[in-house]
Design a protein around this ligand. Structure first.
Ligand SMILES: [Zn+2]
Length: 343
């Protein structure tokens, strides 16, 4: 017995001094166990080594089994610990978030794909939303709630009674108010920690480059085709990704247009605007109230993914939601040779 203890001490104490890794020391311990057990198994009972070791095969087997179980348990715990999702601590007193913000974004921070770094990226992000109507409503509210640090919103419209069936960022009392100011008030009251930049004007070619160039990401959700083609053209030129959403009656679509990364632009897929009258807008054709909420929420989700790098976005893919039949499809989209915008 004493010899086994001496060898064990040599392995563990001597190994520690000699710089042997814990794994190597466990391997040597296992070897020692094997030698002891084997000598009991194969040597005759009166052999000198067996006499020196003492004990019986069964007592040594039980002892080494207990030691092995203890070692396995420790290893299992270490393995589980290594696999547990790391929750980055975004906050200290001098970090980017106040206690209130940390608490507000806690459900993001615990998501492994967002975490503390993702929430910091959201805080530093600058997102321009074109249109504060049906799609703009959920987009602006969710981006504000998500803690996107700087949100620009451009629209030249005022809130109308007929908007309120679906444009949930505006209230009855806002009728007659410019939409960007009504949206700004709603976003600020939702999340006072963000910066909102309202532009109460139409997005025109003379300001588009300067404006879009000021942002990392554009979300386009107007039902004005001229504006959509303009935003697409300028965003493609500046290399700013554009998440575009569109609606008609019961159907909506979302895609990320980003020719700078090899994905098609809007004009690759829709080379020309349809003739006037062939693509009626919401006021002419109607739209079911929650549909912009669904499509706009998908846009906001894609924006959060884009900023934080989570998951797989909609570059080169278009998600189509058919509310009438409760069906969703995703189609592949491709660059078009000779696209007047990005070729
Ligand atoms: Zn193109």
């Amino acid at each position: 017995m004493i010899w086994v203890l001496i060898w064990a001490a040599v392995i563990w104490v001597g190994g520690a001094f000699g710089g042997l890794s814990v794994t190597r020391r466990w391997q040597l311990t296992a070897l020692l166990g094997a030698v002891v057990l084997l000598s009991h198994l194969v040597l005759p009972e009166d052999a000198q080594i067996r006499q020196a070791l003492g004990g019986s095969f069964a007592s040594w087997a039980v002892l080494f089994a207990v030691i092995a179980l203890g070692a396995l348990y420790g290893r299992g715990l270490a393995w589980l610990k290594a696999r547990a999702p790391k929750v980055p601590v975004a906050e200290t007193d001098d970090g980017p978030f106040s206690e209130t913000e940390l608490n507000r974004y806690a459900r993001h921070i615990v998501l492994r794909e967002i975490g503390g770094p993702g929430q910091v990226a959201l805080k530093h992000a600058r997102v321009l939303v074109v249109g504060a109507g049906g799609l703009g409503s959920p987009v602006l509210l969710y981006l504000a709630a998500a803690g996107v640090g700087t949100i620009g919103v451009i629209d030249d419209d005022v809130v109308d009674n007929s908007n309120l069936q679906r444009q949930v960022i505006h209230r009855d009392a806002d009728i007659g108010t410019p939409k960007v100011f009504s949206a700004e008030a709603a976003m600020r009251s939702q999340n006072p920690a963000i910066t909102v930049r309202p532009y109460n004007r139409r997005l025109t070619a003379d300001i588009a480059e300067e404006l879009i160039g000021d942002y990392d990401l554009v979300l386009e959700g107007t039902d004005n085709l001229e504006t959509r083609y303009l935003v697409n053209r300028v965003a493609a030129k500046l290399g700013v990704p554009m998440i575009g959403g569109a609606l008609s009656q019961w159907e909506g679509q979302v895609s990320t247009f980003d020719p700078a990364s090899g994905a098609p632009c809007y004009q690759c897929i829709f080379p020309e605007a349809p003739a006037p009258g062939l693509a009626p807008n919401c006021s002419e054709a109607g739209v079911v109230g929650p549909l912009p909420g669904i499509i706009g929420s998908i846009m906001a989700t894609e924006a959060i993914k884009e900023i934080t790098g989570a998951g797989k976005g909609l570059r080169g893919r278009m998600l189509i939601y058919d509310a009438m039949y409760a069906e969703t499809r995703v189609i592949r989209t491709f660059r078009r040779d000779g696209c007047p915008c990005c070729a």
